[in-house]
Design a protein around this ligand. Structure first.
Ligand code: CO8
Length: 374
């Protein structure tokens, strides 16, 4: 059996930035027009008037201050309220692959590796741009990785952590020597920007990781994966019904259930205890205590969720040093969130320090990895 390490990471942030102020102004203009256009139906009780959104609510309820997106003018256009994307020819690199390749180049450089070293590529994200060919194969091709295999996988917010476990297992068994994981999360295309309950939640980024054999790594800094623990429990509280079937069911693309939907309160109440118990049990399996963990790179959906999970684990308020928050800057970036936290907040740890990377979200799905800096 080999030992598996994370030897490099990369981050690509989508180019356009939307502040809460800009987002709320666009939504409120959309709501004002909707109410004016539907004044009679609203007066007759046929449809409900739209209430305005507010910056104060968003920051208090979520901790999000801004988000990066692939295209903002369409999102902020009250007539449109979704990104404005140009269709690319089939011969051109697709948007999701382009983002993944940018993050991958940084991760490879970080690990001191090139395309010639990678023998497995996993594209793990909460939604793929198309059904086939796999985005991972396009990324493999674009990077000039001439050997091995590539495939896509999707476990919503836990896509990246589940992929990390898969990479780890391929390294442990000797099935692969060096695995590239990419997480191009283009959440802005699946978000219901016309729904004030969730219009502020998501942003777009891509992350990448290199996982390889500990005894072959060339990186100055690497992280041994001591163990992984995955769990799923079926829930409809976070759902999107968009897919091939929509067309055959003669669905209107504007139907609300074709976009991200959630029962936010229920998710909060159900997922926080599950995640805290999951991490504590995982640490116990490895003979470790939460208090002995130097850093928690938690999923980034909501600041209060992370505070509650931190408190349950540590028995005190978790500081930004215990469990860094990146969603103020990037918003919820689905499975990439905990990887962004890891990418940006690990350099200060010492050799021998332990860290926990953990995702939680739709499915429900929870994935944790216990790491030790070598
Ligand atoms: N502005 C002002 N007021 C608002 C707004 C707004 N924008 N939105 C809601 N309100 C109002 C509500 O109407 C409500 O009013 P009232 O009390 O009169 O009914 C009041 O504010 C409180 O609303 P909520 O109860 O909804 O507020 P919460 O405090 O629960 O906060 C949150 C809402 C922030 C959504 C919170 O519940 C939350 O973060 N929950 C956890 C969500 C979560 O973790 N979800 C995971 C989703 S991500 C995932 O798993 C991956 C999906 C894959 C990606 C897909 C890409 C699109």
């Amino acid at each position: 059996m080999h030992r598996a390490v994370i030897s490099g990471s990369g981050l690509y942030a989508a180019p356009d930035l939307i502040s809460n102020e800009e987002l709320v102004a666009a939504y409120n203009e959309y709501a004002r027009r909707f109410n004016a256009d539907n004044a009679e139906r609203i007066a007759g009780g046929e449809v409900a008037a739209l209430e305005p959104s507010s910056v104060e609510f968003i920051e208090k309820a979520s901790g999000i201050r801004q988000r990066r997106v692939v295209e903002k003018s369409g999102v902020l256009d009250p007539q449109r309220m979704r990104p404005r994307l140009t269709r690319r020819p089939d011969e051109a690199l697709s948007l999701q692959a382009e983002m993944a390749v940018a993050a991958a180049r940084e991760a490879l450089a970080n690990a001191g590796r090139t395309a010639a070293d990678i023998d497995l590529v996993i594209c793990a994200a909460s939604a793929m741009q198309r059904a086939f060919p796999a985005i991972a194969i396009e990324v493999q091709h674009a990077l000039g990785i001439a050997q091995g295999a590539a495939f896509d996988m999707d476990v919503a917010c836990s896509s990246a952590t589940f992929a990390l476990d898969l990479a780890r297992q391929n390294i442990l068994t000797g099935a692969a020597r060096a695995v590239l994981i990419v997480n191009p999360e283009v959440c802005s295309v699946g978000l219901a920007w016309k729904d004030r309950d969730c219009h502020f939640i998501f942003g777009d980024v891509a992350t990448a990781l290199v996982v390889e054999r500990a005894d072959e790594t060339r990186a100055d800094e690497c992280w041994e994966i001591l163990g992984a623990k995955l769990a799923t429990r079926y829930s409809n509280n976070i759902r999107s019904n968009q897919g091939f079937y929509s067309h055959c069911e003669d669905r209107d693309p504007d139907d609300r259930d074709q976009y991200f939907m959630q029962e936010g309160r229920k998710v909060f109440k159900e997922v926080c205890p599950m995640a805290a118990e999951h991490i504590a049990a995982h640490l116990a399996d490895l003979g470790l205590q939460p208090a002995g963990v130097r850093r928690f790179w938690l999923h980034q959906a909501n600041i209060a969720m992370n505070q509650l999970i931190g408190k349950r684990l540590l028995g005190r308020e978790a500081t930004a040093d215990d469990a860094p928050i990146i969603l103020d800057e990037f918003a919820n970036t689905a499975s990439a969130g905990s990887i962004v936290a890891f990418h940006q907040h690990r350099a200060d740890l010492q050799r021998g320090d332990h860290g926990v990377l953990c995702s939680f979200g739709a499915g429900y799905s929870i994935g944790s990895l216990v790491l030790r800096k070598l």
